[in-house]
Design a binder for this molecule. Structure first.
Ligand code: ADP
Ligand code: MG
Length: 266
């Protein structure tokens, strides 16, 4: 049994504080959903957890079984069991998935024996053609193929905790079922702990979260059981915010100064 604990996490991007004190705790085998309006800081949380270097941590801590992850480079966070599936997975021309995953396994001290067969089997399980394994990672993949590919990597790397940033966006109904069933199996069979960022109750009917959290303007403003996702479907974020007496839903960076060259006379 492992615990991913996020405490009082505050982080800034480009000089604006986006995360304003986030507390969350996920245990092995649990599925937590994180919902929230656009611009509330969900992706910022995912990037900050993984240590993207243009995201500045202002305070707080992120631990797995008591061991601090903040301040460590991304690869060390991965070695300690954290995996983040990005909302917009990047293309890596010239690097095949086998090389990428093989390196990640070796860094963890695991020999990548039988990796090619494992990747092929997992590709089939998430409905991704094997031919995709021959290309550079994500190169010329459709949105849905990228999400299947993230799931494939998750399955082969077997982290302790996975943060899935809108893994369901861009997936058709069949792909959504393949991807969520694979993740569900990991939580049940391997004790994977999941923090699933999503807008859609649809994913949650497949993944069946233990807890649902709502992020607004960089803070978790509501936490509850699966019924919270249903309430949100009904009320929308604005309705929930009104109920909670919250005025700001998103974090808005300061306005750009007006264009001085737009004045007549220039
Ligand atoms: P969400 O994923 O909840 O829609 P994000 O975390 O992507 O929201 O964004 C939260 C706020 O942070 C937004 O106002 C966004 O414009 C800003 N932001 C996020 N990343 C960056 C960045 N790299 N540079 C500048 N602003 C950013
Ligand atoms: Mg986002």
């Amino acid at each position: 049994m492992s615990v991913l604990r996020i405490e009082g996490l505050r982080a800034a991007v480009a000089g604006t504080e986006i995360l304003r004190g986030v507390d969350l705790e996920v245990r092995s085998g649990e599925v937590h959903a994180l919902m929230g309006p656009n611009g509330s800081g969900k992706s910022t949380l995912a990037h900050t957890l993984m240590g993207r270097d243009d995201y500045e941590v202002l305070s707080g801590s992120v631990t797995i079984d008591g061991e601090e992850l903040l301040g460590r480079p991304t690869w060390q966070r991965a070695v300690r069991g954290l995996f983040v599936a990005m909302q917009y997975p990047v293309e890596v021309p010239g690097v095949r998935l086998e090389e990428l995953v093989g390196t990640a396994l070796r860094v963890r001290g695991q020999a990548p024996d039988g990796l090619r067969e494992r990747l092929a089997a997992e590709a089939e399980r998430v409905g991704m053609g094997e031919r995709f394994l021959q290309r550079g990672v994500n190169v010329e993949f459709s949105g849905g193929e990228k999400k299947r590919n993230e799931t494939l990597q998750l399955a082969v790397l077997e982290p302790r905790f996975a943060v899935l940033d809108e893994i369901d966006s861009g997936l058709d109904v069949d792909a959504l079922r393949d991807v969520s069933r694979r993740i569900e199996a990991m939580t049940a069979e391997d004790g994977l702990g999941v923090l699933a960022i999503t807008h859609y109750a649809r994913l949650l009917t497949e993944l069946r979260p233990d807890r649902v959290h709502v992020l607004m303007a960089g803070r978790v403003v509501a936490s509850g059981g699966p019924e919270l996702a249903e309430t949100l479907e009904r009320t929308g974020y604005e309705g929930l915010a009104a109920e909670l007496g919250i005025e700001t839903l998103a974090v808005t960076p300061p306005e750009e100064p007006a264009d001085p060259f737009a004045e007549p006379g220039f």
